[in-house]
Structures are given as structure tokens and as C-alpha cells.
Write a protein that binds this ligand. Structure first.
Ligand code: A2P
Length: 329
């Protein structure tokens, strides 16, 4: 298969190349694309050197799938051009996620919705993906009424510049700032930009994308998204109110049997999910599962995943694998 990776020089783009190699994705030709300033630069894939090409050159080569991770503006402008060339676009940006005619896909939950006509497919936001992987089986069985979410998000979600900011701060070097404040030894209750309603865009993504993926606009959701000086992955504290009551052991059992979920919940042995250990893993880790005694039919849960993997690259490649395995490409 001919595959283009748009944003191949970025953090997610690099992770996409790693995950394509690890999963032995059937690639005959790889087209790495980045901005004009990177055209001609060399990248390494599967031990071979490739030159970065321009967007137009990639479109003219008519890849079967283009995996985009180059920001919303780039996706809005260029995904339709790839579509015209007959390419399936799997897009990591927020550009198409809430478009009423575009599908927002987490393969464990809703890949079966995809058809040959879905040429632009949206990959959800990183913090949404890991949460819905854990929530979807619970919603099916107990029906979620309300979610109260607090996130503890890795700086890698912001991109190369944020990782450089943290490295510079730790090395005592003055450099370019990705955030309005220092991030080392700090927490910023500010992920993405503020909207008119005083929530951040990241918080609104969690709210709107979760409803779209779970196909249920009746779920009431509120969120606070916080950036923390962590590199390995995102963590989330989620309070869930169900319509039906649950048996805690049965619920944990359901999670342990759910695709893509690993239960790490033995507090007496200090076993619970942590970003340091979710780093470079493709699964979603859940733990600290306990009844919320302050409210009927309610539960607290801690959810952790590598935001560059299941939150971005791995999910996008699982979508590409679905297209390939189901002969949609
Ligand atoms: P470049 O390296 O040439 O700037 P990150 O989010 O980690 O900063 O990565 C962003 C990725 O998106 C990079 O690969 C970057 O390429 C790419 N990119 C940014 N703007 C464009 C554009 N207009 N066209 C294609 N790729 C772009």
C-alpha cells in the first residue's frame, strides 16, 4: 500500500512511523510530508532513509491512505485535496471531528460505521480516546448519565515546542515558551485556548467528542483539563453516574475483558495506572475503581494512556488497519 504521513517530522508523525513499523503495516511506498521548510530533509523509516516531500507531490502520487498530524489549518485545507485524488485521510487534528458528515472513530467502539465513502475520517482528541475506550463498555451495560472529568495531561500533547520548553527549564536554559508560564514544577489549568464560555477548547472537545462517539447527546459532561510536567501520558480522574446500579466486581470484570483496556487495580499492593508506565504502551490502563458514596449509582475511576500512541498514532493506524483488513481501500 502507498501511505503518506503528513506532519512526518512532528512528535505524532514520528510516533506514527514507529507504530507503522512495529505493527508491520503493509507498506510498499511511504511518502513523508511536512511543511515547505522541511522538504528535502531526510527521515528514517524501517531502517531506510526517505526524503520529505511537499503536499502537492504527495497528492500527485495518489497514496491510498494519508495519515495527517500537522494541525487543524493544514487538515482543513489539504484533506479535501487528497480526497479528490481518491485517498482516505485519517486526520489527527480537530478540523473534521465535529463535522456532521464525518465519522469520529475509535476502532474498539465504532470502526464498523466506516464505509468506502468515508474518505476523511477523524481521529478524536487524545484525552477523549483513552476515556471512551474505558467508558464505552460501561455505557452499553449501565448507561452513563453524567461525567465529571479532571485531566492531568502530558506536555507531549502540545508538540515539539513544549517538550523543548520543559527540557530547557530543567537544564536552566532560557528558550522559546510553548506555554504562557513555566511548566516544570507547575500545573497549568489551561489546555488549548479559552472559549467564550470560560471552558478551554480541550475541555469542550472532551464533552462534545465523547457524546458523538458514544452516540448519546443526553450524557451530561463537565471537564477541567490541566497540563502537568509529565512526558509519558495523560491521566484522568473520571466520576461517572450511571442510570442503573452496578456490582463493582462485575464492572471491573467487564473492563478487564474489554478490548484495549488493562485493569491495574490492586491498591493494597500499590498497583494503579501511572503515565510513567503507560509510556510506549498501546493500551488504556484503568484503576482506582471505587464506588462514589456521595451519589447513587456512581463510580470513580483513574484512566491513563500514552497520548502519542493510543491518543494519536496507534488509534490512527488501527483505523488504517480496519480500512485495509475490510477491503475498503
Ligand atoms: P515542519 O517540521 O516542517 O514544521 P508538532 O505538532 O510536533 O510541532 O509537529 C507538527 C508537524 O506538522 C510537523 O511535521 C510540521 O512540519 C508539520 N506541518 C506544520 N505546518 C505544515 C504545513 N503547512 N504543511 C505540511 N506540514 C506542516
Amino acid at each position: 500500500m502507498k501511505i503518506a504521513v503528513v506532519g512526518a517530522t512532528g512528535l505524532v508523525g514520528q510516533k506514527i512511523l514507529d507504530v507503522l513499523t512495529e505493527r508491520n503495516f503493509p507498506i510498499d511506498e511511504l511518502y513523508p510530508v511536512a511543511s515547505e521548510r522541511s522538504v528535502g530533509k531526510e527521515i528514517v523509516f524501517n531502517g531506510k532513509k526517505y526524503k520529505v516531500i511537499s503536499m502537492m507531490d504527495a497528492i500527485n502520487l495518489k497514496p491510498q491512505i494519508a495519515i495527517f498530524s500537522a494541525g487543524g489549518d493544514t487538515s482543513s485545507k489539504w484533506a479535501p485535496e487528497f480526497e479528490k485524488a481518491g485517498t482516505f485521510v485519517v486526520d489527527n487534528s480537530s478540523a473534521w471531528r465535529m463535522h456532521p458528515e464525518k465519522k469520529l472513530i475509535v476502532p474498539e467502539i465504532n470502526a464498523s460505521e466506516l464505509s468506502v465513502d468515508d474518505k476523511i475520517i477523524a481521529n478524536p482528541n487524545c484525552s477523549t480516546i483513552q476515556m471512551v475506550v474505558a467508558l464505552a463498555p460501561l455505557h452499553k451495560k449501565y448507561k452513563i448519565k453524567r461525567l465529571i472529568i479532571s485531566t492531568y495531561q502530558s506536555i507531549s500533547g502540545t508538540g515539539v515546542k513544549a517538550v523543548e520548553q520543559l527540557d530547557n527549564e530543567r537544564a536552566g536554559i532560557d528558550g522559546e515558551m510553548a506555554y504562557p508560564y513555566p511548566i516544570d514544577k507547575n500545573c497549568l489549568p489551561h489546555c488549548d485556548v479559552f472559549e467564550d464560555n470560560a471552558y478551554t477548547k480541550e475541555e469542550m472537545k472532551l464533552i462534545n467528542e465523547t457524546r458523538k462517539i458514544l452516540c448519546d447527546d443526553s450524557i451530561r459532561i463537565t471537564a477541567t483539563a490541566v497540563r502537568v510536567p509529565v512526558v509519558g501520558g495523560h491521566s484522568e480522574s473520571v466520576n461517572i453516574e450511571f442510570e442503573k446500579d452496578f456490582d463493582l466486581d462485575e464492572l471491573k470484570n467487564l473492563l478487564s475483558e474489554s478490548e484495549g483496556v488493562i485493569l491495574q487495580d490492586e491498591p493494597e499492593k500499590n498497583i494503579y495506572p501511572m503515565p510513567k508506565f503507560a509510556h510506549e504502551q498501546d493500551e488504556v490502563f484503568v484503576g482506582r475503581i471505587r464506588r462514589d458514596f456521595s451519589n447513587p449509582n456512581s463510580l470513580n475511576m483513574w484512566i491513563v494512556a500514552d497520548n502519542l500512541r493510543k491518543g494519536a498514532a496507534t488509534n490512527a493506524i488501527q483505523i488504517a488497519e480496519y480500512l485495509s483488513k475490510n477491503q475498503l481501500v
